[in-house]
Design a binder for this molecule. Structure first.
Ligand code: EPS
Length: 399
């Protein structure tokens, strides 16, 4: 068993975007159609630019899968670019404020083109391919991920808007992935307006995960806390500027009694992944002390407006030092609906990583055995082996 890891390679207008995934256990059924479906969802959304009309992203599995089953070996996925023109793509001399153009040019002493090709959000196709693979693993354990857009530019869902799990299944039916019809219309109008004015828009999306067992992540060290790991993963998505878990920033303005979730217990014959401990509220968003608590995980992510503006801001020509308008490249006006799909799949990678750490084995069968044993352990409330002093202590240990 190796740790679940991911590396991407590839440029926006290079041969393609590639995902190198190591640590997927042996015996996972690899549903290519599911991976391609996630890639197709990433290409959609109101406000996308011309590139998405050119590409039909699909993941070609180049290694690590035999007869549709993971071999426990590295899996290499390729998303080939149709718009492959790396050597012919024009050079840029006037860096776009907000993009990696200027900082990358100065840091590497390189042409801006050599920076933007790798900085481009096209790289998220590799992350979605990997995330979809991880999602297949999570599905084996009844874990499902959904998302929706809660704000886009100046348009926000009403503060009291509550999306149920079933509601979230409808988000794909909206071109902006918003569940409220009135907001949907206003969001599309806001994008039309931005487009007309050569501008761009960002917003906020929410990802919800159902079925996570209590106990993923770890309170004992800063870099094992799952909230911290989720934050890092989400912040690493191109154009992401903020992450909240549960009430997030809203919690800072409330009292403890309004933020924390009372604990209740329900009896159940079948073992439950939350051990029967439920909450009437979910201000914690499914995480306490950096550990999942069995409630749905709720992550909100803020995306800035895309930095390529058709009506560009002022910049400086890096060859001459002259003040000039920033260069303009084909781009999106709003990629928030696509970012929500990236968020779903990329969060799945972090969760699958934590899941493999807790229940990891060389094969899915072994993982299931570990998982079932754990469920048995956490569902023994009131049983003699759970008496105080016996918790997790070896034979001959503390009485
Ligand atoms: C993207 C492909 C890109 C952009 C966008 C995301 O295509 P192109 O640059 O060829 O038009 O649509 O990239 C950026 C926003 C960026 O800043 O680079 C994709 O596949 O998601």
């Amino acid at each position: 068993m190796s740790q679940l890891t991911f590396h991407s390679a590839g440029e926006s207008h290079g041969r393609g975007c590639f995902a190198f995934v190591e640590g997927i256990p042996y015996g996972l059924a690899i549903d290519n159609a599911f991976i391609d479906e996630q890639l197709a969802r990433r290409q959609k959304g109101y406000g996308r630019g011309g590139r998405m009309k050119i590409e039909t992203d699909k993941a070609e599995v180049l290694s690590g899968v035999r007869r549709g089953i993971s071999m426990g070996a590295p899996i290499l996925l390729a998303v080939w670019n149709k718009d492959y023109r790396l050597d012919k793509a024009p050079e840029l001399d006037c860096p776009r404020p907000g993009h990696a153009d200027l900082a990358g040019h100065l840091k590497f002493n390189a042409p801006i083109r050599d920076i933007l090709e790798r900085a481009s959000a096209r790289e998220t196709s590799a992350r979605v391919a990997c995330g979809a693979l991880c999602r297949l693993l999570l599905k084996e354990f009844g874990i499902e991920v959904r998302s929706h857009v809660v704000a886009l530019g100046p348009v926000e869902l009403p503060a009291d808007f509550q999306a149920t799990w079933d509601d979230l299944a409808r988000a794909d039916a909206s071109e902006v992935r918003c569940l409220d019809a009135a907001c949907d219309e206003k969001m599309r109008a806001a994008i039309d307006d931005a487009k007309k004015n050569g501008d761009t828009l960002g917003g906020i999306f929410e990802v919800v995960v159902q079925g996570l067992p209590v106990g993923l992540g770890d309170h004992t060290q800063w870099d094992r806390k799952l909230d911290g790991r989720i934050g890092q993963a989400m912040m690493s998505i191109q154009a992401i500027k903020g992450v909240e878990i549960g009430l997030g920033f809203r919690a800072a303005r409330l009292k403890g009694s309004q933020v924390h979730d009372a604990i209740e217990h329900v009896k159940s014959k079948a073992p439950r992944s939350d051990a029967g401990f439920v909450r009437p509220t979910n201000g914690a968003g499914g995480l306490e002390g950096g550990i999942t608590n069995g409630a749905p995980l709720v992550v909100r992510v803020a995306m800035k407006p895309i930095s390529t503006l058709m009506k560009p801001l002022m910049s400086v020509n890096i060859q001459t030092g002259e003040a000039t308008k920033a260069d303009v490249e084909r781009s999106d006006y709003c990629a928030l609906p696509a970012a929500a799909v990236v968020g779903e799949n990329w969060l799945s990678f972090v969760l699958a990583q934590a899941f493999c750490e807790k229940f990891g084995g060389d094969s899915i069968v072994e993982m299931k055995r570990n998982y079932d044993g754990y469920l048995k352990q956490i569902n023994k409330l009131g049983q003699p082996e759970n008496a105080p002093g016996k918790h997790g202590v070896s034979e001959g240990g503390r009485e």
